[in-house]
Design a protein around this ligand. Structure first.
Ligand code: TRP
Length: 462
């Protein structure tokens, strides 16, 4: 076993210096925990609402199947073969493939993307945390739409409140990451994921009991392709990467903690399936409530915060449902945020030889500081506009729509064109070679071409 941090002796590396998942189920839980988060429950409904519903959902599902799953398999495979932080993994795999060392910059881009995503992710998770508190004290009970909307605007207008909750969320994230792979990440997700499923099913059950269940379903599943333009397709594709945690090394670093004998293809399909299921369940739970209360599907990032409390405020048992819902959201966000920062922490531990706790303090503090500017972008700095976007929207656009698909494109090119097929075949260990051929075709041609075409179209319309 080799612990060399910039090593070239990749093939001998059997485990990672940071530890290993204790079982296949533990990996599935952790990766599903990373995938399922605000992306599914907060972002999927609001971008679906903004982009007209059904047609957007279909493009997103196509992207998950044709681009997301093959890239998830590739990213996990690269991680397990490299067994280091994404930067060092890419460097040593490039050496193994006799390719240029500059592939390590793919790892760097991922570390930066994760850092930037976490900075705004933590602010939104902070909103959810504050809503746990508000639900608990019964702020929403019996209130009408305008009062609920005023509660949300109050939060938006208060830098102090947002920064407070953002700080708590960052602190919780860093505490879990500091405890390391097994005791930290694994224990956390073991508890989080099952709870999440139970709570979501409860909420869907409530939505089914409303008169607007059919209308919600038809919004989500009857496509109207006239609603879709190149930018909507880019958003759908970017979201496929975002929701599956792809393109920035999170899944790569989780893959590096994966024991040797576990089938990567099978677990990737399970994880992508679970993630898609949660997003669709969230949509099914949310849109009937939106319509039942005459609310706007296109309300933007505030959608769930401005709409759901009205429903919770009026339904019987709404206090409990509302409280459960926001707890669920925070837990889901927490099991995702830990994976956004793990690549950077693993890198600092490997290359700067600093202790895990110290790496967490350094990364946690810098992410927190960028997050503060995001919290300010909703109030004091709402006029600050860069490329026509405020700080939050700019960070979201650059990371989810550009950096993740670009990272995914590079991962696909590396796995499909640079890495020796005998190495990927050995690592994937697919029982039937036809499965390997299908994956190889998707990763070599389909995924890169699709990402490329979407990029070209978007540049064309700008
Ligand atoms: N997938 C998570 C969500 O849907 C967010 C997330 C976690 C993520 N790790 C990531 C997004 C890595 C992109 C890359 O909320």
């Amino acid at each position: 076993m080799s612990f060399k941090t910039t090593g070239v002796s990749v093939t001998q590396k059997i485990t990672s210096q940071h530890g290993e998942w204790s079982s296949r189920f533990a990996f599935i839980l952790a990766a599903t925990g990373s995938a399922v988060g605000l992306g599914n429950i907060w972002k999927f409904p609001y971008i679906t609402g903004e982009n007209g519903g059904g047609a957007f959902v279909i493009v997103y599902l196509l992207c998950v199947v044709a681009i997301g799953i093959p890239i998830m398999i590739a990213e996990t495979m690269l991680g397990r073969r490299g067994r280091e932080s994404p930067i060092n993994t890419m460097a040593s795999l490039a050496t193994e493939a006799k390719a240029h060392k500059n592939w390590r910059y793919l790892g760097w881009m991922g570390v930066i993307a994760g850092f930037l995503i976490l900075s705004y992710y933590s602010v939104i998770a902070g909103w959810a945390l504050s809503y746990v508190g508000k639900s608990f004290v019964g702020s929403f009970s019996g209130e009408d739409a305008s009062t609920i909307s005023a509660i949300f605007s109050d939060l938006m207008n208060s830098p102090v409140e947002q920064i407070f909750w953002h700080s708590i969320f960052m602190l919780a994230t860093m505490l879990i990451v500091a405890r390391g792979v097994k005791s930290g990440l694994e224990t956390a997700v073991r508890f989080l994921i099952p709870t999440l499923f139970v709570l979501l099913i409860l909420l869907v059950g409530y939505a089914m009991s409303t008169d607007f269940y059919k209308q919600g379903l038809s919004f989500l599943f009857s496509p109207d392709f006239s609603e879709i333009d190149a930018d909507a397709v880019l958003t759908a594709m970017g979201h496929a990467f975002f929701t599956l945690s792809l393109g920035m090394g999170a899944i790569m670093v989780y893959g590096s903690y994966l024991p040797k004998n576990i089938s990567i293809a099978k677990t990737s399909i399970i994880i992508a399936g679970a993630d898609t299921l949660v997003a669709l369940l969230a949509g099914i739970a949310i849109f009937p409530l939106v319509f039942a209360n005459g609310l706007e599907p296109s309300a933007g990032p505030g959608l769930i915060f401005q709409t759901l409390p009205i429903a919770f405020g009026h339904m019987s048992g709404g206090w409990l449902f509302g409280l459960l819902f926001f707890i669920l959201l925070v837990l889901a966000a927490l099991s995702s945020s830990i994976s956004l920062i793990e690549p950077a922490v693993a890198f600092l531990v490997e290359n700067k030889k600093i202790a895990r706790t110290k790496a967490c303090i350094v990364m946690g503090f810098s992410t927190w500081a960028v997050g503060v500017t995001v919290a300010l972008s909703f109030n004091v700095w709402s006029d600050v506009s860069i490329f026509g976007k405020d700080i939050f929207n700019l960070l979201d656009y650059i990371t989810a729509n550009l950096m993740l698909p670009l990272g995914g494109l590079c991962i696909a090119i590396f796995a499909g064109w640079i890495m020796k097929p005998e190495h990927s075949a050995a690592e994937l260990d697919l029982p039937d070679t036809n499965y390997f051929k299908i994956w190889k075709f998707l990763i070599t041609y389909v995924a890169p071409t699709a990402v490329f075409i979407v990029f070209v179209h978007v540049i064309g319309i700008i």
